[in-house]
Design a protein around this ligand. Structure first.
Ligand SMILES: Nc1ncnc2c1ncn2[C@@H]1O[C@H](COP(=O)(O)OP(=O)(O)OP(=O)(O)O)[C@@H](O)[C@H]1O
Ligand SMILES: [Mg+2]
Length: 437
């Protein structure tokens, strides 16, 4: 209702609903009940009712913790995958598993920050971790030393001592005060690792959106973790990020590929995708026909987030208790419209005209990774001219580089959306690029 004052619009909406409710009370009740029982979770990081297809990663995580508990070393993990494949959900499961084994968990969602913000995030979390390791009243000399190192680590970004308030220690001179993130983080990990070992506890860092780390931050983390392995101390890290993080880690430190496993999360197998849909429904006494499930696999491509959206949509349209292929096809337009208006649209809205044209040109070529020169060719420009645009799109997290010279979408089915949203590729006329644009 464009142009209407929001409260008036809301009132009219309510009046409409009221009239509908008077006329069709049963329909309203059914809609409400359906919304209440809808078992699907189309939200970022929302734990699905049926988490399927992740047994390998869960096993690897168990093994990682179990080996460290036994004083052995093991490669940590950086889980990679496109948007919406379930990285955050998996990290949340790792967290639960670690807590159940009595580990201390440090969670950080990385954002694009400078080193001092990063240092602050780490300091705040490590402070909680130390207090969790042992109540302050029972701190041993080792824990007190770790607290003092933490104070040194944070003093450059928190001279007033706000975050280290309550630790009751002075900064440890000569530790974590080198004004170098790698050296300082290594000192901090060493001190906390020794304290954790003394308490026979492990500490696991769970880092999400790790592709947003600056190279210096990624390098510092890798170096500090390397030291943990060398000294056999019980600190490890499991991270998740977009696919090119494996390459970024390798660029940061050549030994990164030996320090980490890089399990890739992708779309679910057809069998797992069917289960992701059917299991939550079965708990509500609803079943799917085989044809309905096959149609769902075809529509979603087995991508976890799309499965949740489609399940959510079909639940609202189907009469049940058996969901058919026709129900699935009836739900598809609403499912697609919802994705277009939210998941896909927010990403496109952030792009400039030229960036959009670049994305659209990539979509023209298909869903596979595309060569920079091919994209430039269909835009009638040169790779050099479009290099900055491509770099901006990578920096914004819309594209990643699966291999040198190629770029791919970080969002599954983005090419199809772009073709829907921008029917015709139109390249803006060439203009001189302003400095820094
Ligand atoms: N293994 C799974 N089985 C079924 N559904 C899943 C699974 N993993 C995740 N989901 C669902 O997929 C959606 C996306 O999950 P999540 O937010 O963890 O993805 P992500 O990879 O972290 O995405 P992003 O890169 O955008 O942060 C959620 O709605 C979640 O409920
Ligand atoms: Mg996530």
């Amino acid at each position: 209702m464009p142009g209407l004052h929001p409260p008036i619009a809301r009132l009219i909406g309510f009046r409409r609903f009221y009239l509908f409710w008077i006329k069709f009370p049963k329909a309203c009740k059914i809609t409400r009940v359906k919304a209440l029982t809808n078992p699907y979770t189309p939200n970022a990081g929302a734990q699905p009712q049926a988490l399927v297809g992740r047994d390998d990663q869960l096993e690897s995580f168990d093994l990682l913790l179990a080996r460290i508990e036994r004083g052995r070393t093991e490669q940590s993990m950086i889980v990679t995958g496109l948007r919406g494949v379930g990285k955050t959900v998996l990290l949340a499961l790792f967290r639960r598993k670690a807590l159940a084994r009595d580990w201390v968990v440090v969670e950080i969602e990385v954002s694009k920050h400078d080193d001092s913000e990063f240092r602050r995030d780490v300091a705040v979390q490590m402070r909680s971790a130390l207090l969790e390791l042992s109540p302050k009243a029972r701190w041993t000399d080792r824990v007190k030393h770790a607290a003092a190192v933490l104070k040194s680590f944070s003093v450059s970004v928190d001279p007033a001592g706000t975050w280290s308030a309550g630790l009751g220690v002075e900064a440890a001179e000569g530790f974590a005060d080198h004004a170098d993130l790698s050296l300082d983080l290594t000192d901090l990990f060493l001190a906390v690792g020794e304290a954790a070992k003394e308490h026979e506890k492990g500490l696991v860092l769970l880092l999400d959106e790790v592709q947003f780390l600056k190279p210096s931050q990624l390098e510092a983390l890798i170096q500090a973790l390397h030291k943990m392995v060398q000294r056999n101390l019980p600190i490890t890290m499991v991270a998740a990020g977009l696919p090119h993080i494996a390459e970024l880690a390798g660029d940061a430190k050549s030994y990164a590929e030996r320090l980490f496993k890089f399990p890739a999360l992708g779309n679910l197998s057809a069998e797992d995708a069917r289960e992701a849909l059917s299991r939550p429904a079965a708990d509500e006494g609803v079943t799917y026909t085989q044809e309905a499930l096959d149609a769902a696999v075809a529509i979603t491509g087995g991508y976890p987030y799309f499965i949740q959206e489609l399940g959510y949509a079909v639940w609202t349209v189907a009469e049940g208790p058996v969901i058919t292929r026709d129900d699935m096809l009836a739900a598809e337009p609403g499912y697609e419209a919802k994705l277009d208006a939210s998941f896909f649209r927010v990403r496109l809205d952030r792009a400039t005209e030229l960036q959009r044209a670049y994305l659209r040109a990539m979509a023209e070529l298909g869903s596979a990774p595309q060569k920079a020169s091919d994209v430039a060719a269909i835009m009638g420009r040169t790779s050099t001219n479009l290099g900055p645009t491509r770099a901006e799109l990578i920096n914004m997290g819309l594209l990643y580089t699966p291999e040198h010279g190629y770029a791919a979408f970080t969002v599954p089915h983005f090419d199809r959306f772009l073709r829907r949203a921008i029917p015709q590729l139109e390249v803006p006329p060439l203009k001189a690029r302003s400095k820094g644009a």
